[in-house]
Design a protein around this ligand. Structure first.
Ligand code: NAI
Length: 454
């Protein structure tokens, strides 16, 4: 049998593309080497959110007296939380399998390798079987970066070091957890283990946490976690992983942090080893498949979506890219607008951003005005967070007064950012945003209010 589309990888890019393509009448094959749902469902977005929700409930219980509610014996059972996470993941992964089956998509369990071209178009091998099809969509995702820091690889082999994969199955709660990298994974895991009682030390080589997050907001987040007991070592260069410790240099001085476990969360790299890129002359750059905004590669009939293109490395980008690739295969011109992709850090408080930050706008030479407003302007925010220090920050084009970017730290940030993404995508003028009625009382009202401060 010859397929209309053969997809390598069943993560958010691959499974969504498979569904969209099958709905449009294509005969689709998905080759998945581990589990449907990919990193997002099995060892990323969903498991971490399950853990973080339990931690949030526990945090609420610990601080409930501030709201007139008493608990004398709030406790968290980490292994119960891990089991619940496994159940949630199983349900969702099963759901994807069932949906693909219903749509008539064939799924082969095995990592797909492109063998080259044949009379049908392309040939693929997975789990010892060969398949042929007209088109290929590469959605093989990414893997955790493990740089050549002495002792790092060995630490992962011994179980002392963990990536995002192993930490999600850790049964015991480490007394001391060292986190290398103060990016998204590092901060979310620091948040969980801090809530459930570990002492967490974050070692970050830059002078700030949160990577591209607005600096003012990253600082508020850092202060929140410092108050909760997390230690931040900024500007720390990790030199080696020892026995029960992480060695680092800070301001020219060597030092070390003792810990029971260490999480390595210093970024991810596209997964292209073994996919057979060379068999069809697929162009890679620093290990990533090169794609344009239509998700086309340099080879006609071959598309790529998700982390494997190294562009945005977010599940929701992958999801959209898979969709865009299929639309273009069907002759519908569709493109990914990489400027208005929201990003969220699911800490407590949450951080969400879209579009430009003050720094990114300035580095591009854009003439912008930036203003912040406290979320305490919102009655709902104050009712729920008397001690909160959340803010929203707007980046506005100086000439047309159009919204170019927005960052927010505080409750519900993750749920309100999609609306802001639409405003940024449409480069809405503040005067247009002001014509919308926002529901009251909500935290997002502050966004509308902030537009009047320009
Ligand atoms: P990241 O790129 O977000 O952060 C890595 C951090 O490690 C950076 O701050 C970097 O400066 C630091 N770093 C790099 N090398 C270092 C070293 N040798 N010593 C100390 N610090 C070092 O990467 P992360 O957190 O591993 O996340 C990987 C990917 O997963 C990201 O692309 C992220 O967007 C995605 N992700 C998204 C989530 C979300 O949307 N909520 C949740 C989790 C992951």
């Amino acid at each position: 049998m010859s397929y209309d589309l053969m997809i390598l990888g069943g993560g958010p890019a691959g499974y969504n593309a498979a569904e969209r393509a099958a709905r449009a009448g294509m005969k689709v094959l998905v080759a998945e080497g581990r589990a449907l749902g990919g990193v997002c469902l099995n060892e990323g977005c969903i498991p971490t959110k399950t853990l973080l929700y339990s931690a949030k409930i526990y945090d609420y219980a610990k601080h409930s007296a501030e709201y007139g509610v008493s608990f004398s014996d709030a406790a968290i059972d980490h292994s119960f939380v891990i089991d619940r996470k496994d159940r949630v993941v199983k349900t969702l992964v099963g759901g994807i399998g069932a949906t693909l089956k219903k749509m008539g998509v064939d799924v082969v369990s095995g990592f797909g390798t492109i063998l080259g071209r044949n009379a049908d178009g392309f040939e693929l091998e997975a789990n010892g079987e060969r398949f042929s099809g007209k088109r290929l969509l590469i959605c093989t995702g990414s893997t955790a970066s493990v740089p050549p820091i002495p002792g790092l690889r060995e630490s992962i082999q011994s179980g002392f070091g963990m990536t995002n994969r192993e930490i999600l199955d850790l049964k015991e709660v480490p007394k001391e957890l060292a986190v290398i990298g103060g990016g998204v994974i590092g901060l979310e895991m620091a948040s969980y283990f801090n809530s459930i009682g570990s002492h967490v030390t974050v070692l970050e080589m830059l002078d700030h946490i949160g990577g591209p997050t607005d600096r003012e907001i990253a600082k508020i987040l850092q202060n929140n976690y410092a108050k909760k007991g997390v230690t931040f070592l900024l500007g720390a260069k990790v030199t080696s992983i020892g026995t029960g410790c992480v060695n680092y240099e800070l301001e020219g001085k060597s030092s070390s942090v003792s810990c029971d476990r260490v999480l390595i969360s210093i970024g991810r790299r596209p997964h292209t080893e073994g996919i057979g890129a060379e068999s069809i002359g697929l162009l890679l750059e620093r290990g990533a498949v090169v794609t344009n905004e239509f998700c086309q590669t340099n080879v006609a009939g071959v598309w790529a979506a998700g982390d494997v293109n190294g562009k945005s490395m977010l599940a929701h980008t992958a999801y959209r890219e898979g969709e865009v690739a299929v639309s273009n295969m069907l002759g519908k011109r569709d493109r990914v607008n990489y400027l208005s992709i929201p990003s969220v850090i699911y800490t407590n408080p949450e951080v969400a951003s879209v579009g430009e930050t003050e720094d990114s706008a300035k580095s591009k030479g854009l003439d912008v005005i930036c203003k912040t407003m406290t979320l305490k302007m919102s009655g709902r925010y104050l009712a729920e967070n008397e001690k909160g220090d959340g803010i929203v920050k707007l980046v506005v084009g100086a000439e047309h007064k159009n919204l170019l970017g927005l960052s927010v730290i505080g409750s519900y940030a993750s749920e309100m950012i999609y609306g802001c993404a639409m405003m940024v995508e449409k480069e809405m003028r503040l005067s247009e945003i002001q014509k919308f009625v926002f529901p009251h009382p909500t935290v997002c009202e502050v966004i509308r209010e902030a537009t009047f401060s320009f």
